[in-house]
Design a protein around this ligand. Structure first.
Ligand code: COA
Length: 181
């Protein structure tokens, strides 16, 4: 069975300072249970051509993904507690473009997922939602932000490093399906 490396990354929120400007046509709002269908579609689209697609069984079908998200909103999944009010979406002209899911793990805001619809990439929206979310975690009193990322996901890792995340450690994970990126 193939093994894939993942990185644990973290950022010290006590020294995090970043300004961001939201263009007029964009809205950032907390995630709602009503978003689940659109989120499930975006999850599958966003990861389809990546190694993560094979790592995460919930991505294998819309129904699996939807039931995973329903459990997440019900607080039955993940590390720590799902923080609905610190999990955000970006809407562009009322269409869902991007989402970030946040869990509480002590004084750490743990980013369980961060994804952008393929149609909305490369316009700085990833950086914008990440900076906004980190600012909101800090205002809410969290001292650290953390996440795990697949080591081959260079675009995401570059973005995380640019905003101030550091690699803490790497760990292997077993890949059960076929290999992609
Ligand atoms: C990783 C991801 C969130 C980045 O989103 P994005 O909106 O394209 O990011 P941005 O437009 O803010 O770009 C951030 C940086 O990455 C660069 N970038 C974006 N797409 C790129 C690509 N395909 N190739 C190379 N660089 C790219 C941008 O140029 C920018 O760099 P800069 O700051 O030097 O200008 C998005 O690709 C995604 O959703 N991927 C699938 C899900 C995923 O892997 N999530 C992370 C899980 S841990």
């Amino acid at each position: 069975m193939a093994t894939v490396m993942r990185y644990h990354m973290s950022l010290d929120l006590t020294s995090f300072q970043r300004s961001f400007q939201l263009p007029d046509k964009l809205k950032i709002q907390p995630l709602e249970p009503d978003d689940i269908d659109a989120l499930a579609r975006m999850e599958i689209e966003a990861y389809r051509d990546t190694l993560d697609f094979s790592l995460r069984p919930e991505l294998q079908s819309f129904d699996n993904c939807k039931s995973f998200l329903l459990k997440m909103f019900a607080g039955k999944i993940g590390k720590g507690y799902f923080l609905k009010n610190l999990s955000f979406k970006i809407l562009s002209n009322s269409n869902l473009c991007e989402a970030i899911y946040t869990f509480r793990d002590g004084d750490t805001a743990y980013i369980a997922d961060f994804l952008i619809s393929p149609n909305c990439r490369g316009q700085g929206l990833g950086k914008l939602l990440l900076a906004y979310s980190l600012h909101r975690y800090k205002v809410a009193g969290y001292r650290r932000a953390a996440l795990a990322v697949t080591a081959t996901n260079e675009v995401a890792i570059r973005l995380y490093k640019k905003i101030g995340f550091k690699i803490e450690k790497s760990f292997p994970i077993q890949l059960s399906g076929g290999t992609r990126r």
